[in-house]
Design a protein around this ligand. Structure first.
Ligand code: GLN
Length: 393
């Protein structure tokens, strides 16, 4: 058999998505890969049904259907407090995943460095490797997930071309404050580097925290590339619709990468999604209220059974601390991955091992999410409540 590329041997498949496969195999409750178990908003489904008969069913413009780009330009323009040109400053992609990949491929040459916070959403490291670039990891230190701005300056001094900021952060739920973003932005300008943001959880930021767009900060637009997705905001993760917003030169490059990677996102789904982009502000207020309630419900559930956890400022992810279990004889020598596999098989609940997010050797945190109906959350807590007893058996 001829040899494969070196590139593909330097990373594994996505552990998040692997956990979903194992969960499905065992019929477990899947709190690993983040996606809701409830339906998208009814008007989106109606729009999709209409599109089935009325089209379009052929390719859209490669970088996105004109009406969807116009709708995104309106929404992002409001968020950035500036006019966005839908023709030159937006590229619609197949999910946030392709958005980030096309950005990293557009800005990096082989050997370039790019800063990534740790813990990080696992795609970023694969995106970097596939682009031939090298990540410089900046620790976000639990339990507060704070960072040292001097390490970021060091990274820029080493020539980092960009820093990726997931805001709010998957998996740790950190919401970057305006002050933190201003400090990072100032350094990016000083060292003439890009800030690449992933804002797919922008509408899940819990009071008193609030979401700040890096691109909206003074002087930052030309150095900021924003990746976003419709998946979480409209509960349509399977539609695979995402986009990049940024300055014209960057988007020009992204359009080229995107064209040859995928040609374009599914045109019927783009057409139906326009309905969502045109929802009034109340839609986003209701979405936040829904997730605020689910967060409380899930965290109260964890507290009621004495499971240690962080309190996410944003996203629908919660990190729980499994150290007390790893200290038990039954789990002696277990990795967090082995513990997650044991949980799926023995209590019927799937989580993501924290080690897949951390650069540092962290083995005691696992990630769960609460984008689930209350009845599913109830059952998940019931299953978690059996952990101690089973662990001691
Ligand atoms: N962002 C989601 C998660 O971290 C998954 C996204 C994906 O699998 N493409 O679980």
């Amino acid at each position: 058999m001829p040899k494969l590329s070196h590139r593909v041997s330097t990373f594994t498949d996505s552990v998040i998505r692997r956990m979903t496969r194992i969960s499905d195999e065992y019929g477990a409750i899947n709190l690993s890969q983040g996606f809701p178990d409830f339906d998208p908003p009814r008007p989106l489904l109606d729009a999709l049904a209409k599109v089935a008969y009325e089209g379009p069913h052929q390719y859209s413009v490669t970088y996105g259907a004109e009406n969807l780009r116009a709708a995104i330009a309106r929404k992002q323009g409001k968020a950035f407090n500036r006019e966005i040109d839908p023709e030159t400053e937006i590229c619609i992609t197949c999910g946030g995943t392709e958005a980030m990949m096309s950005v990293v491929m557009s800005i990096c040459n082989p050997g370039d460095k790019i800063m990534v916070f740790s813990p990080f959403y696992e795609n970023y490291s694969a995106d970097t490797i596939l682009s031939g670039a090298e990540p410089i990891f900046i620790p976000l230190v639990p339990p507060e997930y704070n960072f040292d701005i001097n390490l970021i300056e060091d990274g820029f001094k080493q020539g980092a071309k960009a820093i990726i900021i997931c805001n709010p952060s998957n998996p740790c739920g950190k919401v970057f404050t305006e002050e933190e973003l201003l400090a990072i932005g100032k350094l990016a300008l000083k060292y003439d580097a890009f800030v690449v943001t992933d804002e797919v959880y922008e509408h899940m930021v819990y009071a008193p925290n609030h979401h700040t767009c890096m691109a909206a900060l003074p002087g930052m637009y030309n150095n900021t590339i924003t990746c976003n997705s419709l998946s979480k905001t409209y509960s349509i993760t399977g539609w695979r619709l995402g986009y990049v917003v940024g300055p014209e030169e960057v988007i020009e490059a992204c359009k080229k990468v995107h064209d040859f990677l995928t040609v374009g996102a599914a045109s019927p789904l783009q057409e139906a999604a326009v309905t969502g982009l045109n929802f009034p502000d109340k839609y986003y207020e209701d979405l936040l209220a829904l997730y605020t309630e689910k967060r409380k419900y899930f965290l109260d559930g964890l507290d009621s059974i004495g499971i240690k956890h962080n309190v996410p400022q944003g996203t629908y992810f919660v990190m729980i601390d499994i150290q007390e279990f790893l200290d038990m004889p039954k789990f002696k020598g277990y990795t967090d991955l082995e513990f997650c596999e044991w949980m799926i098989k023995n209590i019927g609940l799937a989580a993501v091992p924290g080690s897949s997010f951390f650069r540092e050797p962290v083995n005691n945190l696992i990630r769960l999410h609460f984008a689930r109906e209350k009845s599913t959350i109830d059952e998940a807590i019931r299953r978690l409540s059996k952990l101690r007893e089973l662990a001691q058996a």
